[in-house]
Write a protein that binds this ligand. Structure first.
Ligand SMILES: Cc1cc2nc3c(=O)[nH]c(=O)nc-3n(C[C@H](O)[C@H](O)[C@H](O)COP(=O)(O)OP(=O)(O)OC[C@H]3O[C@@H](n4cnc5c(N)ncnc54)[C@H](O)[C@@H]3O)c2cc1C
Length: 392
């Protein structure tokens, strides 16, 4: 399904598509030096970030000096849609571009804006996000990593986990407890910028389900790590509101990635089923149900964005992440089941699907979308409380 928007919006779309076609990195560049993690920025990715920034296509909603062109909400949506469809990565440091740099621009000091936020956006500095800990994932407010004031420094001790790309990052945007005596656990949390080459930091990349070569997750240990006070982001103790605001950046557009992944995987699955020439009734049921869900995600996404553009709240967005990520998981499972034992044969899959991922690998990856940025269970809690108004 492809709805058309007003002429100005369509002109904006065309302008972006023409620019993208003329400026995108080549497949050869990307394949010769692939990004190894969420904070690995190979030279082509750094050049790409600068091209996007200078042309105002990095974060179109921002002003030109911040890599944008003051685009409106609908235009930003069209841009995200076309980027997702193009298959070109917008960045190889997603946490840096979409969460950390915008937060520094919101609340950072002038030095943090100039020396960190802009270099992150331009692909010169790579950033990782230190939120989760072994006992504090969904319940972030339980985090235990301590930062104790000592002269002009904080001394940080603790352990983070699932830190994407930490082993390649230059800095960590790290949530720490600065006041363990605060009456409520979400109080007394602050954010520090911690250079990853500071003595006392060690990263332990964690093997992923899909193989050891593509480690992205890390356990990061901080042992008496000295961090200058000037590396505090925002106010002391403002970590909880920073966490909420940080994750809100671009949240309104996250569904577009899910909607595009659903569309493209659905096409691959349809081709596969047609090529096999047979489908059993329960598979057909699930396929049709997934098709309807994919259409619903896009329509609900459009409705949510149009509410946001009109300055209204959009409860749709709590539902979109849940339905989008769960539908992708169902679709990957169906793709795998439909192929049977061939699903784990990547050479067979490559023939079907332009050589990228087998259904088995897609299926393993599909779990991450239902966990990262808030698990499905937590999303259901949010929908129950904030959308349906159910008692806790
Ligand atoms: C791809 C990916 C990238 C990530 N990158 C980063 C990163 O860069 N930095 C970072 O800090 N973290 C990162 N994470 C970690 C992520 O934020 C956490 O995995 C997530 O917050 C869940 O926390 P947890 O894994 O500790 O699970 P837990 O919170 O321990 O949850 C375990 C299970 O219990 C359920 N559960 C928990 N609380 C409730 C509740 N109140 N009601 C119902 N069910 C509940 C959960 O849904 C889950 O099924 C990443 C995760 C993924 C998958």
């Amino acid at each position: 399904m492809r709805l058309r928007f007003g002429e100005e919006t369509e002109a904006f779309r065309r302008e972006f598509l023409v620019w993208l076609e003329e400026n995108r990195p080549t497949e050869a560049e990307m394949q010769a030096d692939p990004a190894m993690s969420s904070a690995h920025v190979p030279p082509w990715a750094s050049r790409w970030a600068k091209r996007l920034f200078d042309a105002g296509w990095l974060i179109p909603g921002f002003p030109p000096e911040r890599g944008g062109r003051n685009a409106g909400t609908i235009e930003q949506m069209v841009y995200q849609e076309e980027f997702a469809r193009s298959g070109v990565p917008r960045t190889t440091n997603p946490q840096g571009l979409s969460i950390i740099a915008p937060t520094l621009l919101d609340v950072g000091t002038e030095a943090q804006k100039q020396e960190l936020a802009v270099p992150i956006m331009r692909g010169d500095v790579a950033a990782c996000l230190g939120m989760s800990e072994p006992e504090a994932g969904s319940d972030l407010a339980s985090l235990q990593t301590r930062a104790v004031a000592d002269g002009d420094d904080f001394v940080v001790t603790g352990r983070k986990i699932w830190t994407s790309g930490a082993h390649h990052a230059d800095i960590c945007f790290c949530f720490v407890r600065t006041d363990p005596t605060a009456p409520k656990k979400h109080q007394g949390i602050s954010v520090l910028i911690i250079p990853m080459d500071t003595p006392g930091i060690s990263c332990r990349p964690l093997p992923s389900l899909t193989g050891e070569d593509d480690a992205d997750f890390n356990e990061v240990l901080f042992e008496d790590v000295r961090v200058p006070r000037s590396n505090l982001v925002g106010e002391l103790g403002a970590g909880w509101s920073l966490a909420n605001n940080a994750l809100a950046h671009e949240r309104g557009m996250l569904w577009i990635g899910h909607a595009s992944a659903l569309d493209s995987s659905f096409e691959v699955l349809l081709e596969q089923v047609r090529a096999r020439g047979r489908i059993d009734p329960s598979e057909a049921d699930e396929l049709v149900s997934l098709y309807m869900d994919a259409q619903a995600v896009r329509c609900m996404g459009y409705r949510g964005v149009s509410k946001l553009a009109g300055g209204k709240p959009s409860p749709e967005h709590s539902i979109l992440k849940l339905v989008g990520s769960e539908s992708i998981r169902r679709l990957c499972r169906l793709g795998m089941e439909n192929l049977g034992e061939q699903a784990i044969d990547s050479s067979q899959q490559a023939a079907i699907e332009s050589g990228k991922m087998s259904w088995a690998v897609r299926y393993l990856f599909s779990f991450s979308g239902t966990i990262a940025g808030g698990t499905s269970e937590i999303q259901r809690n949010i929908v129950a409380e904030r959308v349906l108004g159910l008692p806790r």
